[in-house]
Design a protein. Structure first.
Length: 136
């Protein structure tokens, strides 16, 4: 994961340096790293149920305007759980590619990652449908 973040920061720094200059590029890269670190700290220290409950409580006054806090809380919870699931899938696929000696092959990573991600999305959709989400 740190390697991917490093590649992202290097790419963003190079692009931003070319477009805006090195000072602005450094600020953008530091913001990216700080935002990802804060998000990681939140997900490590806070249960998903607590985040969902806080969102639902915070958005309750917006019900007057047609906002459904339960739906937005469900969206936040699914997003947090999906990011965690995709991280696990990525690490497992990377380890499998490394075990096959194909750690440098983009295809050896992308194809299994996409297949497992789509399978995860199908399972999630089936679970939501069984729960009755999306019925009107």
């Amino acid at each position: 994961m740190a390697g991917t973040l490093g590649m992202l920061v290097v790419f963003v720094f190079a692009t931003q340096s070319w477009l805006l200059g090195p000072g602005a590029a450094l600020v953008v890269c530091l913001r990216i790293v700080a935002a990802l670190a804060a998000a990681n700290l939140l997900t490590i220290t806070t249960r998903v149920d607590d985040v969902v409950s806080a969102i639902e409580r915070g958005l309750r006054p917006l019900q007057w305007f047609g906002v459904r806090p339960d739906r937005i809380g469900l969206l936040a919870g699914l997003t947090l759980r999906s990011v965690a699931a995709l991280s696990v899938i990525a690490s497992e696929v990377g380890e499998a590619a490394k075990a096959r000696g194909a750690q440098r092959s983009v295809t050896a990573f992308v194809v299994p990652f996409m297949i497992r991600t789509l399978r995860h999305a199908d399972e999630l959709g089936e679970a939501l449908a069984a729960r009755g989400e999306g019925d009107r």
